[in-house]
Ligand binder design. Structure first.
Ligand SMILES: NC(=O)c1ccc[n+]([C@@H]2O[C@H](COP(=O)([O-])OP(=O)(O)OC[C@H]3O[C@@H](n4cnc5c(N)ncnc54)[C@H](O)[C@@H]3O)[C@@H](O)[C@H]2O)c1
Ligand SMILES: O=P(O)(O)OC[C@H](O)CO
Length: 337
C-alpha cells in the first residue's frame, strides 16, 4: 500500500483516484476549485464530470496542495495540460527528492512546444517524472471495464513501480522507456479525433473514419519518429490504440467537439457544450509548429487548424484533403523494377 496524491479532480483524476483506492492505497485528491472539493466531500462523486461513479468514503479531498503532496510516494498529475506548468510551479515547494510524479494529461505546451513531462521536470527537477497513457476513458475506468495503458519512465524500476501501483484484474499496465513517443501519440491523437468528429458531424461514413485514423497515425508517427520517438510506440496502445478509442468512442470529448463543429457550431459553442477539456484544440497549433520545426507534412492536422482558427468550413477541409496532389501511400516504399 502506498500514499498517493492525485492532483486534479476532473473526470480522469477521479477515475484514477477510485482505481488507486480500490488497489488498497491511501488516496488524497487535490483541486484548485473550492466548490468541486466541497461537492466531492459531500457526494463522494463528481456529479458534473463523472456521474454515477462513487468514490470510497475514505478518499480524502483537499484544496491544500501542501497536504496533497507532502509524504506521498506517488503524485498523479491529472490537471488539463494548460494548467500543468502553473500547478507544477505551485507543487515545487513541497515535492522532495525521489517522489514519483505520474503525468497523465495529454498535451504539448503551446509556447515552448515541450511535452507535459518535460514541463514538470523543468519546474520540479528533484522529482522522478513519469507518464501513463493509453486508450482509457474515465467513464469506463470508473466502472471497472477492462482497460490497458502504458507506464513510461526513465528507469525500468520506476515504470515497474507505477505498473504495480495501478495494475489490477481490470486495469492492465505495460511499461515502456519511450516517454516521448507515448506523449506525442497521446497528444496528437486528440487533433485527429477532432477531424474524425467533424466527419461524423458532416454525416460521412465508416470509410472516411478509417481513412482519418490510418492517415492520421501516419502523420503522428512521421512527426514523432523524426523527433526521436520509436515507431513501435506509435503502433502500440499509446499511438494507434489511443487514436482508435478517441475517434470511435461515444465518450470522446475531442470527437464530440469535432462533431459539433462539423454540424456548424463555432469552436467556442462546441467546447462549452462538451464542458470537459478538449485538449486537441490546444495541441493543434503546437502540432503545426512542430511540423514546421521538424519539416514534416501534416495535412489533416493543418486542415483541422484552418477549421478551428480560420473559420474554414469543415466540409471544405475534407474536400481539400481529398484533392491533394496524388502520391504513393508510403514514401519509403519503392518499386524494384
Ligand atoms: N477524461 C478522460 O477520460 C481522460 C483519459 C486520459 C487522459 N485524460 C487527460 O487528463 C487530463 C485531464 O482531463 P479530464 O478529462 O480529467 O478534464 P476535466 O475537464 O474533466 O477536468 C478538469 C479539472 O481541472 C481542474 N482545474 C480547473 N481549473 C484549474 C486550474 N486553474 N489549475 C489546476 N487545475 C484546474 C479541476 O479539478 C477540473 O475538474 C487531460 O489532459 C486529458 O486529456 C483524460
Ligand atoms: O478521447 P477524448 O477526446 O475524450 O480524450 C480523452 C483521453 O485522451 C482518452 O484517452
Amino acid at each position: 500500500m502506498a500514499k498517493v496524491g492525485v492532483i486534479g479532480a476532473g473526470s480522469w483524476g477521479i477515475a484514477l483516484a477510485k482505481l488507486l483506492r480500490t488497489n488498497g492505497n491511501e488516496v488524497t485528491v487535490w483541486s484548485i476549485v473550492e466548490e468541486e472539493v466541497a461537492m466531492l466531500r459531500r457526494e463522494h462523486e463528481h456529479i458534473d464530470k463523472l456521474p454515477g461513479v462513487k468514490l470510497p468514503e475514505d478518499v480524502l479531498f483537499t484544496t491544500d496542495l501542501k497536504e496533497a503532496v507532502t509524504g506521498k510516494e506517488f503524485l498523479v498529475l491529472a490537471v488539463p495540460s494548460v494548467f500543468t506548468r502553473s500547478t507544477a510551479k505551485s507543487m515545487a515547494a513541497y515535492v522532495t527528492e525521489g517522489q514519483i510524479i505520474v503525468c497523465v494529461a495529454k498535451g504539448i505546451e503551446e509556447d515552448t512546444l515541450m511535452t507535459i513531462s518535460d514541463v514538470v521536470e523543468q519546474e520540479i527537477p528533484c522529482a522522478d517524472v513519469a507518464v501513463m497513457c493509453g486508450p482509457s476513458h474515465a467513464e469506463e475506468v470508473g466502472v471497472g471495464l477492462p482497460t490497458t495503458v502504458v507506464a513510461g519512465a526513465k528507469t525500468e524500476s520506476t515504470a515497474e513501480k507505477i505498473q504495480d501501483l495501478f495494475m489490477n484484474e481490470v486495469f492492465r499496465v505495460y511499461t515502456s522507456p519511450d516517454m516521448l513517443g507515448m506523449e506525442l501519440g497521446g497528444s496528437l491523437k486528440n487533433v485527429i479525433a477532432l477531424a474524425a468528429g467533424m466527419a461524423d458531424g458532416l454525416g460521412y461514413g465508416d470509410n472516411t473514419k478509417a481513412a482519418l485514423i490510418t492517415r492520421g497515425i501516419a502523420e503522428i508517427a512521421g512527426l514523432a519518429v523524426k523527433m526521436g520517438a520509436k515507431v513501435e510506440t506509435l503502433c502500440g496502445l499509446t499511438g494507434i490504440g489511443d487514436l482508435i478509442v478517441t475517434c470511435e468512442s461515444r465518450h470522446s470529448r475531442n470527437r464530440k467537439a469535432g462533431m459539433l463543429i462539423g454540424q456548424g457550431y463555432t469552436m467556442k459553442q462546441a467546447t462549452d457544450e462538451v464542458k470537459m477539456v478538449v485538449e486537441g484544440i490546444y495541441s493543434a497549433k503546437a502540432a503545426l509548429a512542430l511540423a514546421k520545426k521538424y519539416d514534416v507534412e501534416l495535412p489533416i492536422i493543418e486542415e483541422v487548424n484552418k477549421v478551428l482558427f480560420d473559420d474554414k468550413p469543415a466540409k471544405e477541409g475534407v474536400k481539400d484533403l481529398m484533392v491533394r496532389e496524388k502520391r504513393v501511400e508510403h514514401l519509403n516504399l519503392k518499386w524494384e523494377n
